[in-house]
Design a protein around this ligand. Structure first.
Ligand code: HEM
Length: 80
């Protein structure tokens, strides 16, 4: 499966519609150990780099950060 969508839809929905995914709230991340809708990773870095589709630019921007900036962003997310 590509992207972060779960392919859940109603009868007659197009494939793009079934790939829609509600943007997850990030507050409370510090209390969680598994991320993404299917809990497939325990890594915030992986959760970010898995962004595809409309989130692909965010993943690319993250990938281009220095390791210090990546650490700062992860620390920020873990403060929420
Ligand atoms: C600085 C930019 C971003 C960061 C740091 C970020 C971070 C994250 C993180 C940590 C999660 C996992 C949340 C959880 O498991 O509860 C997440 C999920 C998600 N993000 Fe982002 N995100 C960013 C930008 C975006 C953008 C631009 C989009 C789409 C336009 C997007 C769409 C989503 C969606 C749909 C999910 C849920 C995916 C799933 O549960 O499988 N994100 N994001």
């Amino acid at each position: 499966m590509d992207g972060l969508g779960d392919h859940i839809g109603n009868w007659g929905d197009t494939i793009p519609v079934t790939r829609r995914m509600r943007t997850a709230p990030l507050w409370g991340l510090r209390f969680r150990t598994l991320f993404l809708h299917d809990g497939r990773t325990n890594s915030l870095t992986t959760a970010i780099t898995e962004h595809a589709g409309q989130g692909a630019a965010a993943a690319a921007a993250f990938n281009s950060l220095s390791s210090t900036s990546k650490s700062n962003l992860i620390a920020f997310l873990q403060s929420l």
